[in-house]
Design a binder for this molecule. Structure first.
Ligand code: F7E
Length: 382
């Protein structure tokens, strides 16, 4: 594909920059190498930024051949230590070839079917991407580079129908969705391979993590994008449609995704970051240790625009609930419920306990809930 430029919906990707594996193998320059899957997503792109800043390693970002442009999160990267490679997580040969040819020192797996709501619609694809592919990665590492350190993106969705709060590393896995089940299965595979073959293979239980690169289908970004457009419309006195949400009573423990990539790197280098490292890598919870409802997120987001309001529910039924902001003392409807966004089963409450990661890895969150909402709304207003 060398030298071609393909146009996807008006935006250009220079496909000369997407290497096949054999060409990529010539770029390692005897330096340490990291493969990041899902590099065009929020976490993968933040991880690439972090590693380009904090290390001198060569980064290979795996990208799937798509007919739609999805490189917004990495288009700012301009480094001769960063290369895109042709990669597909659902193709076991692609995984094996990547590990065999690049012999990476680290393999960071952020690629996934990560939208919980879609996992009921595409349960098998979710399983194949989030579970079977992890088995393929483990096998490839076992066969071709057993010293490669593997990070698998685990999730608080594995805790699911929680038994106690806050949830820590000892909480049982009780998933409530095909997504949660697929991540829990991947976690068990990681554990089995670590214990059977002495691999440095771990996952982290990452609670919800957000930011300005978050996909618009996730509730936080859906809210901040729409709040920004409603605020602009109100300022210009233009008409707008209210934001529609599902279960606003769900509680989530939200952090800034930028804080979490630092945690991932610490987990991958426990011998460096944990003075009491035992020689066997551990798995950790990463969270803010706070929980908030979706309705609180909405209030906070409108506050960033200088708008205060109130939730009104005269009937007592969730689906009739509405949020109004006050403009010149007139209530203006800005949010309503659409049951189409309810899920077949819900995780009602997530609240993580990241004490162990703080104590043993020296990890700290830097962004509060209020700062996170402010950052996202301000970005979407700009
Ligand atoms: O939903 C409720 C919804 O889609 C959060 C992923 O990164 O974090 C994420 O999973 C909550 C749920 O994220 C709407 O029912 C209400 O209770 O933003 P979300 P998630 O499902 O928590 C975990 C840790 C992951 O691992 C996942 O990959 O918000 N909710 N109304 C809504 N959710 C959406 N998406 N849209 C709504 O309109």
């Amino acid at each position: 594909m060398s030298g071609l430029t393909e146009t996807y919906y008006g935006k250009k990707i220079d496909t000369a920059n997407i290497l096949n594996i054999d060409d990529a193998a010539k770029k390692t320059n005897n330096k340490k190498t990291v493969v990041i899957t899902g590099v065009t997503g929020q976490d993968g792109s933040l991880m690439a930024d972090y590693l380009l800043k904090e290390t001198d390693y060569i980064i290979f970002g795996g990208v799937r051949r798509l007919s739609v442009y999805n490189h917004d999160n990495i288009k700012h990267i301009n480094s001769d230590r960063f290369h895109l490679i042709n990669f597909d997580l659902t193709d076991s040969h692609s995984i094996a070839r990547t590990v065999e040819a690049l012999k990476p020192d680290y393999f960071i797996n952020f690629a996934a079917q990560s939208f919980v709501a879609s996992s009921w619609d595409f349960a098998r694809q979710t399983w194949q991407t989030n579970s079977t592919a992890v088995l393929d990665i483990l096998e490839a590492i076992r066969l071709y580079k057993p010293t490669c350190r593997l990070y698998q993106a685990g999730s608080s969705e594995e805790f699911g129908n929680v038994l106690y709060s806050p949830q820590d590393e000892n909480h049982p896995l009780r998933p409530r969705s095909p997504y949660g089940a697929s991540k829990a299965a991947a976690r068990q595979l990681i554990k089995v391979y670590r214990e059977s073959y002495n691999l440095y293979a771990i996952q982290g239980w990452l609670f919800n993590h957000e930011g300005v690169r978050r996909g618009e289908e996730f509730v936080t970004r859906k809210i901040t994008k729409k709040v920004a457009s409603i605020c602009r419309a109100i300022q210009k006195n233009e008409p707008f449609k209210p934001l529609e949400l599902g279960n606003i009573d769900a509680k989530r423990d939200w952090s800034d995704a930028e804080d979490f990539v630092d945690g991932v790197w610490r987990m991958l280098n426990q011998d460096t970051f944990n003075p009491a490292y035992s020689g066997t890598p551990k798995e950790y919870v990463f969270s803010s240790c706070e929980t908030h409802t979706i309705r609180e997120f909405v209030i906070q987001a409108f506050n960033v625009c200088g708008l205060t309001g109130l939730w009104d529910n005269a009937s007592g039924k969730l689906e009739n609930e509405k949020y109004y902001v006050l403009i010149n003392n007139n209530p203006i409807l800005v949010v309503q419920i659409n049951p189409a966004f309810y899920r077949p089963a819900e995780v009602d409450l997530l609240l993580g306990d990241s004490t162990l990661a703080q104590k043993e890895l020296g990890w700290r969150r830097r962004t509060t809930f209020e700062q996170l909402v402010e950052k996202m709304v301000q970005h979407d207003l700009a």
